[in-house]
Design a protein around this ligand. Sequence first.
Ligand code: C2E
Ligand code: CA
Ligand code: CA
Length: 659
Amino acid sequence: MPRRPRLHPGTRLFLVYAAVSLVPVTLLGLALIHGYQERGQAHAREQGLAEAQVIEQMAVAPALRGADLSVGLTPHQRSYLQSSTDLALFNGSVTSLQVLDFEGQVAFSDDGGSTSQVAVDDPGFQTALAGGTDLRISGRSVRVLQPVFPETSGQAVGVLEVYLPYSDILAKVQEETRTAVPRMLAGLLALYTVLAMISFLTTRALTRYAVEHERQALHDSLTGLPNRELFRRVASRALTRSARLGHRPGGALVVVDLDHFKEVNDTLGHHAGDELLQVVAQRLSDSLRSDDTVARLGGDEFGIILPSRDRADTVALLCEVRRALSEPVPVSGRILSVEASFGVCFFPDDADTVEGLLQHADAAMYQGKHGPQGVVVYEPGGSTPQVDALVLQGELRRALDHEQFVLLYQPKIDLATGRVTGVEALVRWQHPERGLLAPAEFLPVVERSELIVSLTRWVLGRALADLVAWTAVGHDWTVSVNVSAKNLASLSFAEEVIDLLDRSGVSPSRLCLEVTESAIAFDLETTAEVIAALSASGIAMALDDFGVGYTAISQLRALAMDEIKIDRLFITGLAELEQDRAIVGSVIDLAHSLGCTVTAEGVESAEVATWLGQAGCDHAQGYLWLRPVPWPVLAAYDQSGSALRTGQTHEHRPREVPA
Ligand code: C2E
Ligand code: CA
Ligand code: CA
C-alpha cells in the first residue's frame, strides 16, 4: 500500500498554530469592518441631524413666524417658505421637504403636494410631537422628523419632515472606508505574519528542544554513547529482526566491564576515571562497524550488540577489541592500561528476551573476571556467580580472621645444576566445609575488594616466617611471593614490605615479589614508582605470566625487573610446537639482554626441561619436579636430592596437602 508521506511533527505543529491563529485575526478583521460600517452610519446620522437643524432654523422657522398651521399658511408665508427652501432643494442638499401640522396634515410641501409619507401613528412623528428629533435611514435617503419652533416663541407649531440624500453621505463614508480598510487589512496581514513567524520560531525551538531532550534521555552525557535504555531498545529490535529473518545466530550481545576501574577512581580521582571512560568509549566505537551498537550501561560497564555475525567471528572480533582497549592511555599525566572482561551470549539461542541476554552476558563476563581469557562466551547451565561472590566475600573476611589460609611452596629449579634455589609461595584456603581451595576459586573475589591488602600482608608475614624456619634447618632458598595490582597501586606498599623484612630479620635479597603484566599495566607510573622503591631496597622483582598480557618491550625496559617468568601457555607445548620454541627462545634472549634471569613455568616433562636448559633458560618450575607442597615436605625432598635434580621419579611427587 502506498503510504502517505508523513509530515514532520514540527511542521504539523506549526501548521496547526498557523491555522488556529488565523481565527482570531479574521474575527478581529470582521469586527473592525463592522466598526467602520457603524461609524459610517453614525456619521450619516450626525450629518443628517445637523443639516435638518440648519434647514429648520435658517429656512423654515423664520418663514413660519406667527403661523398657525391648523388653519393653514397665508400665501405670504407659503411663498416665503418656498423661496427660503428653494436654494436647499436646488443645490441638492435636500431631496424633499414638508411641514405638517399636529394632525399630520401637510401644511407645506416643496412640490405643492398635499399628502405626507408619514402616518400620525408613526413613532418618528410621535417623537417629533413630543419635542424630539427622529432620524431614519431608508434606501438611498435619510428622513428627519423634528418640531418647528418659530423664532419668536418657544412653542412648536408643527413638524418638519425633511428628506436628505443619503448617497452623498454614503459616498463620503465609503471613501473613508476605501482608504481605511486596505490599511487595516495590511495591518492585519502584518499581525498575522508576525504571529505566524512567532509560532514558526516557537515550534522550531520546541521541536529542537524535544529532539535534544529525547537524545539526552537516551544517551550518556559523559561519553555520548547510547545509554542502557537505548541499548535495550536496540537489542529488542535486533531480536525481533533476527526472529523475522531466522538467522542463527541472529547476533551477539556483549557486556564489557573494566578491570581495576575503581582503583583509577580511588587513586587518581573521578576526573581521571571520567577521562578513562571517554577513551574507552572512543576505542570501543572505533573498533566496531557502523551497524554494531556500543552503549554505556552504567559505571564502568559497556554493552555491545553485534548483529548477524557468526560465533567464531564474534569472538575473534572481541579479542581484537579487547587488545585495542589495552593500548596504554595517557590519563591525568599518567600512562594507564585498561584491561576489560567481555561476556558474550548469542541470540536467539541463549535467550529470546533482552533481560535474559543481559543476564547471561553478565554471568559470562563475571566468569571472565575469574578466568584468564578475558572474552568469555556464555555456557548454558552455569551457576549464578554474582550471588556466590557476595557470600564468598563474607566468608573470606572470616577466613582471614580465623587463619584459614595456608601457604604451599613450589620449588624453583636451577636448570644448570638441578638444585632448588628458591620457592614460590602459593596460597590455599583451608575451607571448613569445602576443603582445600585453589586461588582460582577465591582470589578473583579477594582481588576485587580491599581484602587483597590484608591477604598479601598475611602471605608476606607467613612466607618470611617460614623462610626463617627453613633457613634455621639449613636451606638457603629465596622466597617468591605473588602480589596483586591493588598492592602496587599504593605508594605505601614498598614501606610496608621493607618494614616486614626488618621485623623478621630477613635480608631483602632473599625475597622476590612476582607481579603479573596486567598488574603493571594498570597504572604504569605509580606501579613503576613502587617497583623502583622495592628494587632499590634490594628486593628482587619478577614479571609473572609473561607472554599472555600485552606488555610492550619499551614498558618492560622502564621497570626495574630482575626476573621474567614465561607463562605455562608457551611451555606446555614446547616439545611439539615449533612456534612456541621460537617464542620462548626469543623471550630468553630478550630477558637476558635486559639483564633479567628467565624462569619457565609449568614444566611437566623432562623433554621440555632439557630443551629449556639447552636454550639458556635459567630456572624452571613445574609438576615435573614438584607440585606446591608445605615447605617441610619440600625440605625432605630437597634433602633426598636426586629426585629433584633429575626430575625422573614422577611417582614420588606428593599430592597437594596442607601443612
Ligand atoms: P602463578 O603465580 O602463575 O603460579 C603458578 C601456578 O601454576 C600455580 O597455581 C601452580 O600450582 C601452577 N603450576 C605450577 N607448576 C605447574 C605445572 O607443571 N603444570 C600446571 N598445569 N600447573 C602448574 P596455583 O597455586 O593454583 O596459583 C594460581 C595463581 O594464583 C598463581 O599463578 C598466582 O597468580 C595466584 N596466586 C597464588 N598464590 C598467591 C598469593 O599468595 N597472592 C597472590 N596475589 N596471588 C597468588
Ligand atoms: Ca607467580
Ligand atoms: Ca605465573
